[in-house]
Ligand binder design. Structure first.
Ligand code: PAZ
Length: 302
């Protein structure tokens, strides 16, 4: 398998990379010696043509990452949100299922206002969002392809090498890709018959995060499985291999109400109860509160 160094040597950065990384650099400078979290969120695309019409994708909606971003802001963190373009974003996520236009009304044929019954939900979210932006506590940077993600991850992690930094790897990143040099240049044509292509393994960068790029930071990664029999073993293996401070194991179908927090000396099962659900408590709130405590202990070297 290709090493991560080989990967970066053979795949140039995306066009907007310099701009994006400068944005992260300025943000980190502004929050020196404050707690900062880098959140990755959503899936990655794997194009199958250079002029991309089609790509391989995955299920991730970005709920975990976008909800967690809101709770990290509540917990006092400055948040860098790196997300798959068009996946869920903090604050906006609360409105994706209902139309924005249905929340507005026209006043005197001249101006627009939010309908009275929608204000109760919209106002606190808008306030939190505006506060986060006004205090420069939140930036977001979109990516689309696996290669975009790989560059953003490395560039950002290299700027986050302090014990005050938390890296929260919630994105669902493809394990396979097609190098651009092996892709068809133009849209594949069905008249040419079923396409034959070889997917390559993406180099494992989880280890590089801890060992090369952000050695001082507190690192949390997620492990997704579909077979409950594998979850604990695979999460422990990941913890052992990558030496992250915490691995959070989750299963595809129960990920919204059950996760396992796996640290070197402890396994904690988190289950959102029916009462929690009724009160609108999301699992990310519980996860973020637990991580905040662990990160504080890490900073204070307890
Ligand atoms: O984005 P989402 O809320 O639909 O799903 C979250 C998740 C399952 C992608 C995340 O919790 C996770 O496990 N991410 C890592 C996946 C992996 O590479 O194993």
């Amino acid at each position: 398998m290709e090493t991560h160094e080989e990967f970066y040597n053979t795949h140039p950065p995306p066009l907007n990379y310099e701009n994006d990384i400068t944005k992260v650099e300025n943000f980190v400078r502004c929050h020196k010696n404050e707690k900062i979290v880098l959140i990755t969120s959503g899936g990655t695309t794997v194009p199958i043509e250079q002029n991309t019409v089609r790509f391989v994708d995955n299920f991730s909606a970005g709920t975990r990452g976008s909800a967690s971003a809101e709770y990290f802001l509540d917990a006092g963190y400055a948040v860098i949100f790196i997300y798959r373009s068009k996946s869920l974003e903090p604050f906006v996520r609360h409105f994706v299922n209902d139309s924005l236009l249905d929340k507005l009304e026209i006043k005197n044929n001249k101006s627009i206002q939010v309908k009275e019954d929608k204000v109760e939900k919209l106002l606190p979210l808008l306030k939190k969002y505006k506060d986060a932006k006004a205090s420069n506590k939140f930036i977001s940077i979109p990516f689309t392809t696996l290669i975009d993600y790989m560059w953003l991850l490395r560039g950002s992690c290299m700027l986050l090498d302090s014990k005050y930094c938390l890296i929260y790897l919630a994105a669902a990143v493809s394990d396979f890709y097609i190098p651009p040099s092996e892709m068809a240049e133009h849209k594949l044509q069905s008249k040419d018959g079923p396409p034959v292509m070889t997917l390559h393994l993406v180099p494992k960068v989880m280890k590089a995060v801890t060992h090369n790029w952000s050695r001082q930071a507190y690192i949390v990664s997620f492990k997704l499985e579909t077979d409950s029999m594998l979850l604990e073993t695979k999460s422990k293996d990941a913890l052992h291999k990558y030496k992250h401070q915490l691995v959070i194991g989750n299963l595809l179908h129960s990920r919204k109400y059950n996760v396992k927090l796996i640290s070197p000396n402890d396994i904690e099962d988190i289950l959102v109860t029916d009462t929690n659900k009724k009160n609108g408590i999301e699992i990310e709130k519980i996860i973020v509160n637990k991580i905040k405590t662990k990160h504080d202990e890490f900073i204070n070297n307890i």
